[in-house]
Design a protein around this ligand. Structure first.
Ligand SMILES: NC(=O)c1ccc[n+]([C@@H]2O[C@H](COP(=O)([O-])OP(=O)(O)OC[C@H]3O[C@@H](n4cnc5c(N)ncnc54)[C@H](O)[C@@H]3O)[C@@H](O)[C@H]2O)c1
Length: 257
């Protein structure tokens, strides 16, 4: 008979997870994955969250949707307050909200640089700070920051995005070092190419399709559901001795020749 004790380490029953930018795409896929493992979910986004919240509730867990812009301190404070009011504590935070728009460096406008760095990096820092303070009181928690392979490899015409994602990896290591004594683990995920609204333009491009086939050892891009397992591992006790790590999920892209 199989011993299923190891599976219980992945169980999130009774835990509460907040995900930013999660009404669609990778955030939504990770939220559904954590909900399937039993977590109650807070979906936050600048977009409407109702449809995603309904889908999550249909899995038999509790869910709440909140309009939160991760660049606004007032929104972040509201996110923490409302989550604590409804669920009493926060066990998991997934800093997923992010934007990408390609521009050659010589044409980058100050406002575009500030927007990408502001949402991707400062938003991640401000949400981690606000939620981390609460997790510290409980002496436990898992924070997952969504970086990118663009934080490891340099992509042309993506200076602000690459820089924001590389900085998220370093922020992750710094928070892991600072908060281990608080019982908080902080890890990053570096996705490769996933089919979402963010990449739909790129995925139609013939040159990009050839690149996927020739440069990625698995010769394909991924669907959002393929990120859920990595998020579940880092969110749960299955990764109880893992902190400060950047987990690459890229079909072998960054290790290929
Ligand atoms: N799709 C990929 O191939 C890929 C690869 C590597 C990393 N990522 C990262 O994954 C994350 C999710 O991206 P996605 O592919 O699902 O794209 P997406 O555009 O579908 O999702 C991004 C979400 O962030 C939200 N958002 C944007 N600005 C916000 C703000 N100020 N406050 C709160 N929410 C905001 C958007 O409304 C959207 O729901 C991003 O951080 C992205 O950089 C994606």
């Amino acid at each position: 008979m199989k011993n299923k004790k190891i599976l219980s380490k992945f169980d999130l029953t009774g835990k509460t997870a907040i995900l930013t930018g999660a009404s669609r795409g990778l955030g939504k896929a990770m939220a559904l994955g954590l909900a399937q493992a039993g977590a109650n979910i807070v979906i936050t986004d600048v977009l409407d969250t109702k449809k995603t919240v309904k889908e999550i509730e249909s899995l038999g867990v509790k869910a709440m949707g909140l309009k939160v812009d991760v660049t606004r301190k007032g929104d972040i404070d509201k996110m923490v307050k409302k989550t604590l009011q409804k669920f009493k504590k926060i066990d998991i935070l997934v800093n997923n909200a992010g934007v990408y728009f390609p521009t050659p460096v010589k044409d980058v406008k100050e406002k575009d640089w500030d927007k990408i760095i502001g949402i991707n990096l400062k938003g991640t820092m401000m949400c981690a700070q606000a939620v981390g303070k609460e997790m510290c009181k409980e002496k436990s928690g898992s924070i997952i920051n969504i970086a990118s392979v663009a934080g490891i490899m340099a992509f042309a015409q993506s200076a602000a995005y690459n820089t924001s994602k590389a900085a998220i990896i370093m922020l992750t290591k710094t928070l892991a070092t600072e908060w281990a004594s608080c019982g908080i683990r902080v890890n990053a995920i570096c996705p490769g190419i996933f089919a979402t609204d963010m990449t739909k333009g790129l995925l139609k491009d013939k040159g990009f399709q050839t690149m996927v086939k020739t440069k990625i050892p698995m010769a394909r891009y991924a669907v959002p559901e393929e990120l859920a397992g990595a998020a579940l591992y880092l969110a749960s006790d299955a990764s109880s001795y893992t902190t400060g790590h950047a987990l690459v999920v890229d079909g072998g892209w960054t290790v290929g020749l």
